[in-house]
Write a protein that binds this ligand. Structure first.
Ligand code: IVH
Length: 666
């Protein structure tokens, strides 16, 4: 029986790997996402029933274990060198002259690749299995980021085994975040009031260096392979064919790689990509030009710092010249004042730009941007255009932009953050903040109130029809009929849409409150640990901080929000309305509740923590993250930490992995 199951499991894994290959490497999926998900679910179910058959290279095993304390250091068996740069045709030609001179002839060709603006990584495969993923670090040693690397979907955990694969194969390449994912990540961060990433490269690096792989998994990182490190036998005698081999092994390579016979052809390719770079959904900061023949590379050697057989051609950042028509100060939902330049519209990297961020008042003063000035704006890695410098002053007599001493919307006092650069309006009743808070509350990721747009919110706030989000739910049709562009029918739609939002799940409601540092993701973590708003509101700061993925700063922010009298009074107005969804519904297919509560801690061998929790829920346990008097069972894997001590102190039943398997089997 178990043999048949094992066979079936292996078959499913093979099928899934093949579909991964078709999807990620060849970009030619043969089945729909739903069909793929079905295969995956089938494998997961069999593995859940037979945890003893789970192997680390199974496609289900991308995230496992607990957050790390820190990264171990890995020594690169072959150093990861840097690359020399060129910035124009002359420098590129000079590079070609050096090659010609050193080789003593001109019988060589180049491979031209995009220079992906991410971070370099080295993947070590032993017998076709991914064993280590390490960052470049200082070139000699880097950080062991294997747990995070494993979450990247287009990196195979196991290479395709239909051809000979060297026993040891180190693959080097670039980890990057697609531009669209970066924009979305920053949108979510902005909504949660968290600091933004400056560009996709920083976002990729930040995501890869998180200690909790569960978060890295949500960051949609991706990979392109472009070089080898240590290798037990050669793959081919030239680079282009090596890349072809990579592809056959199931490793993703960039689709825009070309051979070029001489430096003029190389230059043509570089110029053409400089113009076309905005077509791509990832950032490139130039091109990489490599000698194709590996024996010729050996002759050329390296300087110790960088190989002599390759060079980059760096693009200039995309810039445009335009005029600052005016400077506005915006007030965000947490009161931050941001200076923004309104520009004469100008085309830059494929989009028309009308506004550019000036970040904060320190930056504004440093650049000394004034209304009427002609400025250079830039979209380097950054997606939001920035003002780089002033190239022409409006006039000798123009005056510097003054840092507001009062909120431009409500006129009340502003304060500079103690440890930061932001200036905030500290009036909790500020209409500017209220508008932003309501916009956020009604926004797509939160309560999703379809007919409640910016223009209507403006009017509701202006006419003092709404002073907080509880007021939204008290609005009657007659209150809003007669506002600009608001007839009977549209007013009815708005009121219905507001009413309909009462049934949004609890986590969306929590996210919608706009608590500092709490976006949708953290709100979901909260509702996984507390099944009603009441319980979240009554949680202590210590209890909150003990939840995985919630740190002390976030815990403090949640606690303070729910202990502020004004906030409590607003929420209480909603708690009285029973249509509001302030309880979390029980999962649909969970067994009848046993009334028992379990906590999982430490590393289990056969399960990720999430999987173990799922199993317990299926057994009818309520799963929480903190050990308390109410806990009935603690499942403790390796390195259980303080939860085990606490459980022992409270006399709670503790089982190890075997005990856990016994419970599942019973
Ligand atoms: S080959 C000796 N190919 O650029 C270096 N690197 O500025 C061999 N990069 O550290 C690397 N795209 O992170 C190579 N197609 C590509 C690349 C690429 C981006 C990065 C890489 C390297 C950096 C040097």
């Amino acid at each position: 029986m178990s043999k048949d199951v094992n066979k079936k499991i292996e078959q499913l894994r093979e099928q899934i790997r093949e579909h991964d290959y078709l999807y990620y490497v060849l970009s030619q999926p043969k089945i729909s996402d739903q069909e793929y998900d079905k295969l995956f679910a089938e494998l997961k179910e069999l593995e859940n029933e037979h945890p003893e058959l789970i192997t680390p290279d199974s496609p289900t095993q991308r995230v496992s274990g607990q957050p790390l304390e820190g990264f171990e250091t890995v020594r690169h068996s072959v150093a990861m060198l840097s690359m020399d740069n060129t910035y124009n045709a002359e420098e590129l030609k000079a590079f070609d002259e050096r090659i010609k001179k050193q080789l003593g002839h001109d019988d060589y060709d180049y491979v031209v690749e995009l220079k992906i603006d991410g971070l370099a990584i080295s993947l070590r495969y032993e017998n076709g299995k991914l064993v280590t993923g390490a960052t470049r670090g200082n070139g000699e040693t880097g950080d062991n980021v294997t747990a995070n690397i494993r979450t990247i979907k287009n990196i195979p955990l196991r290479l395709r085994n239909n051809i000979n694969i060297p026993d040891i194969l180190e693959v080097r390449g670039e980890i990057y975040m697609p531009t669209s994912s970066f924009t979305e990540l920053n949108r979510l961060k902005a909504e949660a009031g968290e600091p933004l990433f400056a560009n996709p490269r920083n976002a990729a690096a930040g995501s890869l260096k998180l200690l909790d792989a569960n978060i890295t998994k949500t960051r949609n990182l991706s990979f392109f392979a472009y070089a080898t490190g240590e290798i037990s036998e050669p793959l081919a005698d030239n680079h282009f064919d090596c890349l072809e081999k990579f592809k056959q092994f199931g490793l993703p390579i960039n689709p825009n790689i070309t051979k070029a016979k001489d430096i003029d052809e190389v230059m043509g390719i570089c110029l053409s990509w400089d113009k076309r770079r905005s077509e791509l959904d990832y950032q490139i900061d130039g091109m990489v030009i490599k000698i194709n023949n590996l024996a010729q590379r050996d002759i050329l050697g390296s300087t110790g710092r960088a190989p002599r057989w390759c060079i980059s051609y760096k693009f200039a950042a995309e810039q445009a010249e335009t005029k600052v028509e005016s400077i506005d100060v915006q007030v965000g939902k947490t009161g931050i004042l941001t200076p923004v330049a309104n520009l004469t519209p100008v085309l830059l990297a494929g989009t028309t730009v009308k506004r550019a961020s000036l970040h904060n008042f320190d930056m504004l003063a440093k650049l000394d941007v004034r209304e009427g000035d002609t400025v250079i704006i830039e979209k380097a890695g950054e997606i939001i255009p920035q003002v780089v410098k002033v190239i022409e002053k409006a006039s000798e007599s123009s005056s510097a932009f003054e840092i507001p001493k009062a909120c431009p919307i409500c006129g009340s006092e502003v304060k500079k953050d103690e440890d930061g650069v932001y200036i905030r309006c500290i009036n909790p009743e500020c209409k500017g903040q209220l508008k932003e808070k309501l916009k956020y509350f009604a926004g797509r990721g939160q309560m999703d109130i379809e007919n409640l747009g910016e223009a209507l919110i403006e009017q509701l706030v202006k006419h003092e029809l709404v002073k907080n989000f509880a007021d939204l739910y008290k609005l009657k049709r007659r209150d809003i009929v007669g506002l600009e562009r608001m007839g009977e029918i549209s007013a009815g739609k708005v009121i219905n849409a507001i009413k309909a939002s009462k049934t949004r799940p609890l986590w969306r409601f929590i996210a919608a409150l706009g608590i500092r540092h709490i976006g949708g993701q953290t709100a979901q973590v909260l509702t996984e640990n507390y099944d009603s708003l009441d319980k979240v509101m009554n949680a202590t700061e210590e209890e909150l901080a003990e939840i995985d993925q919630i740190g002390p700063i976030v815990a403090k922010s949640i606690f303070e929000y729910f202990h502020d009298e004004k906030n409590i009074s607003i929420i209480n107005q909603l708690l009285d309305d029973e249509k509001f969804n302030l309880e979390k519904p029980a999962p649909v297919n969970s067994k009848k509740s046993t009334g028992l509560t379990a906590v999982v801690t430490g590393t289990l061998e056969k399960f990720t923590r999430e999987e173990a929790k799922e199993q317990l829920k299926l057994k009818g346990y309520k799963v929480t993250s903190t050990v308390s008097k109410k806990t009935s069972l603690l499942v403790a894997g390796k390195n259980p930490g303080s939860k085990l001590d606490k459980a022992n102190a409270l006399g709670i039943k503790v089982v190890d992995e075997q005990g856990f398997l016994d419970i599942l089997g019973s």
